[in-house]
Design a protein around this ligand. Structure first.
Ligand code: GLU
Length: 446
């Protein structure tokens, strides 16, 4: 429950940001953890750190005009919310999806501050995107949209300023078109200005896999803390995009059997274990749907409009989108014997769902911690770009595994220090907040 002194701060946030429900939810989640921190650190209140951290340093909103293949003019809205730069240049992905609004970008940007702090790497927090819907668009249309988007955004981007990357709807193809336009406008091959680049033109190996792999590593750390492993565990993963695919790949390599994944049309149930190579072929090469996967896989069935959490499992890994896993879904998972949940997506579990998991004593890894592997590997890409070096796959994956283990340890120890043993939500929120708060005080009132 929220601390009394923080209640007034939260009311102001709601009043100042009307209608931005996801942003309210994300700030509430952090504020709920901070009561004991402000009690121990009166200097945080003196410097108004919480109020400052909840107000973005800069918010950019711009028009993105472009022409579709029929020659018709289309107008979208572009966003970049530069939330906090106390620890390093603004860093965070771009999301292209029709559901993108300022409130969505702010919730994502806010989460990104703490996630990035938890990695221990020198990166601030930001997020951006557009309500552009890439579904069904040709390569040429995607390119024209990306070029128009960057024509406005470029003035805010830079290796020491703000370093965008991908998120939903933005992968290597889109980063390519964005980077090409940035290079053309600035006349600089500034590799460190964007991450998630193709591996032949400055991108880091493992960046594509990193968010999903990192989530699997985090799960394995959470289970290890309970003297358990992923070996033989039945897992259900939601989504079938970049995060889901590589979570499935690593979970399988670590001995688990992933029996389902999904998209907005329905669920592919595959009791024999998802064939990740086939899934990659369908999703990455053919840009198809999970129904196409199920059609081509003899052991799989496709259930239109089904809820993936109905399938009983030991481990649940929501990798689709915010608030996709409700209180009802959580109750069903607990009932079916689920022992661990890790958020591959950003805020996929509703507050009710998180509460149900915690009451049931299930290991619950919040996105800030569990999906930090993506942005951590982006920071490793920035390191390689700065030193004009490129590391091997194995070396980079090893670094990722170490970072995830260290995030797990930090969350564990901080939760323990605040009397909330095993509560990764409290651990992640406090550890992330404290790193940023200390830097903000050190940098003065800016
Ligand atoms: N969009 C990813 C996230 O939610 C990664 C951002 C990045 O690599 O900058 O953390």
């Amino acid at each position: 429950m929220i601390d009394e002194k923080l209640e007034a701060i939260y009311s102001d946030i709601v009043r100042m940001n009307p209608g931005e429900l996801e942003f309210h939810q994300a700030t509430r989640d952090v504020l709920d953890s901070l009561g004991p921190v402000v009690a121990r650190h009166p200097e945080f209140a003196r410097h108004k750190i919480i109020q400052r951290i909840c107000e973005p340093e800069r918010q950019v909103i711009f028009r993105v005009p472009w022409q579709d293949d029929a020659g018709d003019v289309c107008i979208n809205r572009g966003y970049r919310v530069e939330f906090n730069s106390a620890l390093g240049p603004y860093k965070g992905g771009l999301r292209f999806h029709p559901s993108v609004t300022l409130g969505i970008v702010k919730f994502l940007g806010f989460e990104q501050i703490f996630k990035n702090a938890l990695t221990g790497l020198p990166i601030g927090g930001a997020k951006g995107g557009s309500n552009f819907n890439p579904k069904g668009r040709s390569d040429d249309e995607i390119m024209r949209f990306c070029q128009s988007f960057m024509t406005e955004l470029y003035r805010h981007v830079g290796e020491y300023t703000d370093v965008p990357a991908g998120d939903t709807g933005v992968g290597t193809r889109e980063i390519g078109y964005l980077f090409g336009q940035y290079k053309r406008i600035t006349n600089r091959y500034e590799s460190g200005a964007l991450t998630g680049k193709g591996t032949t033109w400055g991108g880091a190996l493992v960046r594509t896999e990193a968010t999903g792999y990192g989530t699997a590593f985090f799960l394995s750390e959470m289970l290890a803390a309970r003297n358990d492993t992923l070996d033989g565990k039945a897992c259900v993963v939601s989504g079938s995009g970049n995060v889901a695919i590589y979570a499935i790949e690593k979970l399988t390599q670590l001995g688990a059997r992933v029996v389902a994944c999904s998209d907005s049309d329905g669920v592919a149930h595959d009791p024999a274990g998802i064939d990740v190579e086939l899934l990659k072929q369908v999703k990455e090469v053919e840009r198809g749907r999970v129904s196409d996967y199920a059609r081509r896989r003899p052991s799989a069935t496709f259930e239109p409009r089904a809820v993936v959490w109905q399938i009983s499992c030991d481990v649940a890994v929501p990798c689709a989108t915010q608030n996709e896993l409700t209180g009802r879904d959580a109750a069903m998972l607990v009932e079916n014997g689920c022992v661990a949940v890790a958020e591959g997506a950003n805020m996929p579990c509703s507050p009710e769902a998180v509460q149900i998991f915690q009451h049931a004593g299930i290991a619950f890894g919040p996105g800030k911690a569990a999906n930090a592997g993506g942005v951590a590997t982006s920071a490793l890409e920035m390191q390689q770009n700065a030193s004009r070096d490129s590391w091997t796959f194995d070396h980079t994956e090893q670094r990722l595994a170490e970072i995830m283990a260290s995030i797990h340890e930090t969350c564990w120890l901080v939760a323990e220090a605040y009397g909330a043993e095993g509560n990764y939500v409290v651990g992640a929120n406090i550890a992330g907040f404290q790193r940023v708060a200390e830097a903000m005080i050190a940098l003065g009132l800016v």
